[in-house]
Design a protein. Structure first.
Length: 147
């Protein structure tokens, strides 16, 4: 192996690590912002502020990770921190994706569960494609609002 190609490989690996570290930092900050919003405001204000924050942190240049790789990193953080609320998670994701160069939407829906109780759920949509966990089922939900 030539010395130049080895150096190129090390630089590429280092660059990928820096990008992933940036994603982790952005995700953690977005989670904190989401928690602050929910501790201070009602849903109406949270929806408005989420749009404002996503626009404030908007980055026109996408990072080199795709939307699914970013989501996998978020899932690791979410599971480590034991975050449960789908809406809080989606708000954090919307802000983070915006900061990383992706413009996503939060889709919220409702349905009746097997006990006839109203169940709500939120998920991320990018280019009209839901970004969801493998075991997540969203087909039965009636869309109620989009952020």
């Amino acid at each position: 192996m030539k010395e130049g190609s080895l150096k190129f490989s090390k630089n590429k690996i280092t660059r990928q690590r820096v990008i992933k570290l940036r994603v982790v930092i952005v995700m953690i900050l977005s989670i904190l912002l989401s928690k602050i919003l929910f501790s201070l405001f009602g849903l109406q204000r949270i929806i408005k502020d989420t749009k404002t924050l996503a626009n404030l942190f908007k980055n026109k240049n996408k990072i080199s990770l795709n939307e699914f790789e970013i989501y996998k990193i978020f899932m690791r953080i979410k599971n480590f921190l034991k975050l449960k609320s789908c809406l809080k998670n989606c708000i954090a994701l919307k802000i983070a994706y915006s900061a990383l160069g992706y413009q996503v939407l939060i889709q919220s829906g409702v349905k009746l569960d097997k006990y006839s109780k109203l169940d709500g759920h939120a998920w991320i949509v990018y280019d009209e494609i839901p970004i969801i966990e493998a075991d997540e089922e969203i087909d039965g939900y009636i869309k109620s609002f989009t952020i």
